[in-house]
Design a protein around this ligand. Sequence first.
Ligand SMILES: Cc1cc2nc3c(=O)[nH]c(=O)nc-3n(C[C@H](O)[C@H](O)[C@H](O)COP(=O)(O)O)c2cc1C
Length: 181
Amino acid sequence: MSDQSKPFLYVVVCAAGVADGVGELITAAQEQGWDVGVIATPQGLGFIDTRAVQKRTGRPVRSAWRSPGDPRPFPPADAIAVAPATFNTINKWAAGIADTLAVATLCEAYGSGVRTVVLPCVNPALAAHPAYRQSIERLRGMGVLVGGGAGPFRWEEALELLAARGPGSLTAAQPVAAEGE
Ligand SMILES: Cc1cc2nc3c(=O)[nH]c(=O)nc-3n(C[C@H](O)[C@H](O)[C@H](O)COP(=O)(O)O)c2cc1C
C-alpha cells in the first residue's frame, strides 16, 4: 500500500536504450521521500523490466488509459520526471499530440501546473532537426525544466532539477490526473 502522505512522482519512460536503468531514478526518488508511479509509452514498455518496476514501486506500470468506471490507478502527481525522453515524445508533447497516455499526461500537466522535468536522450543527428530545437524551446517556455546535454545520461539530474524548482507549481492550478478527467 502506498503512503498517501508522501508526494507522488510520475516517472514517464520513453523507448530509449537507457530506459532499462529507470530503477536507479525510482530508488533515488524513494530515498528522497517520493512515492513513485511509472507511466511508459507503448514503445517504452519493451525497454524496461516491468515486473522489476512494479515490485519496486508497488504499483502497476501504466501505459494505456484505464477503462471507464475503473478506479484511478495512481494518485494525482505532485511532480513529473520524463526520463528518458525520446525525440518522438518530446516533439509530440510540444505540439500537443496526446496520442499516448504518457504524452496526454504531460500535455495536461502544463494546464494543471504540475512541476515537470525532462531528461532528453536524443542523438546529435536527431537533435539537429529544427522541429526538435523548437520543441525544446517551447517546453522551456511552458516552464518545463530541461536537463541532459553533453556527457552520459544522469538519472539523478531529474531530482536535482525538481529540488531546484522547489515545491511550488508552475501555474498554481490543480494537480494532474492521468486520465484527462
Ligand atoms: C534499441 C533502440 C534504442 C533507441 N534509443 C533511442 C534514443 O535514445 N532516443 C530516441 O529518441 N529514440 C530512440 N529509439 C527510437 C525510439 O524507440 C522510437 O522513435 C520510438 O517510436 C519512440 O517512441 P516513444 O517516444 O513513444 O517512446 C531507439 C530505438 C531502439 C530500437
